[in-house]
Design a protein. Structure first.
Length: 276
């Protein structure tokens, strides 16, 4: 494989409403049918991402959960995984709960069935997120009295949603205790809502994308993104393009900027680059 193209989803391939435009789907599918090696790298799970990209005829494995999993949609198996260690998840959960922060624990059981465990909705942004998932019939989400079951399964990630000050304090505390991958960012769709996410070491987008590049024997990596969790994969990409709506931190290390995500940025760039 000569070139591998990988795009982030939210704020990049998807528009600001979190949808894949019909135009983007048509263009990208046409390019894939003509031999384009294209896939996605997202913070989302397969369950969360798949309804949004169901119009895309993706044939290559996709990087999920910010690099924790690499999932092959053809064989329907994870070809790479990096779970949180048992002692690390105990430290994270105990620290968050002591600070009054309610976590959501995403797991896979022995049969690879995904779950998302939570105890209570203690702030409006967390309530919005979970209630939206429940309204979409997302069966992963289960309200529990404690995290006993989560502790017996493979933990993909532990996240908390809340205000910036509270989550940054928790981030600082846990950083002092563990060598672990931590993602902190403002929500793409909701202002003043922040996400704190814990995953195993070496489970950034860089790690997932690097695995996939080697797995596919790609010679050149071209990436698209908009947010802070895209920085790591930008650093290993041969070419990297930030959308017009991207964070300045990403634009500063990009090869170039492309159009706004609301203007079919990735699809239009690919169409022009490949003259399709």
């Amino acid at each position: 494989m000569k070139e591998l193209y990988i795009s982030d989803l939210d704020g990049t391939l998807l528009n600001s409403s979190g949808r894949l435009s019909e135009k983007s789907a048509v263009i990208v599918n046409s390019l894939i049918n003509n031999g384009l090696n294209f896939t996605i790298a997202t913070a989302r799970s397969f369950d969360s991402a798949s309804p949004l990209i169901e119009k895309l005829n993706l044939k290559l494995p996709m990087v999920l959960y910010n690099g924790v999993l690499v999932y092959d949609p053809i064989s329907k198996v994870n070809i790479h995984s990096n779970f949180v260690e048992a002692d690390h998840k105990e430290v994270i959960l105990n620290c968050l709960l002591k600070k009054g922060i309610e976590p959501i624990v995403f797991t896979l059981d022995a049969a690879n069935h995904p779950s998302a465990y939570y105890r209570k909705l203690n702030n409006p942004n967390m309530a919005t997120y979970i209630n939206t998932r429940l309204s979409q019939k997302d069966r992963r989400f289960q309200q529990v009295e404690n995290f006993f079951k989560a502790r017996t399964e493979n933990v993909i990630t532990i996240i908390s949603i809340g205000d910036e000050k509270t989550l940054l304090a928790a981030k600082k505390s846990i950083e002092a205790l563990l060598e672990i991958q931590i993602h902190f960012a403002e929500d793409v769709y909701y202002k003043n809502a922040f996400w704190l996410e814990f995953t195993a070491p070496k489970s950034s987008k860089k790690d997932g994308v690097s695995f996939l590049k080697n797995h596919l024997s790609a010679e050149k990596l071209i990436c698209f993104g908009d947010n802070l969790n895209d920085i790591s994969m930008f650093k290993i990409a041969d070419e990297k393009f930030a959308t017009a709506n991207a964070r300045n931190e990403l634009k500063s290390i990009a090869t170039d900027s492309i159009e706004h995500c609301d203007d079919h940025a990735v699809a239009r760039y690919l169409q022009q680059r490949l003259k399709a």
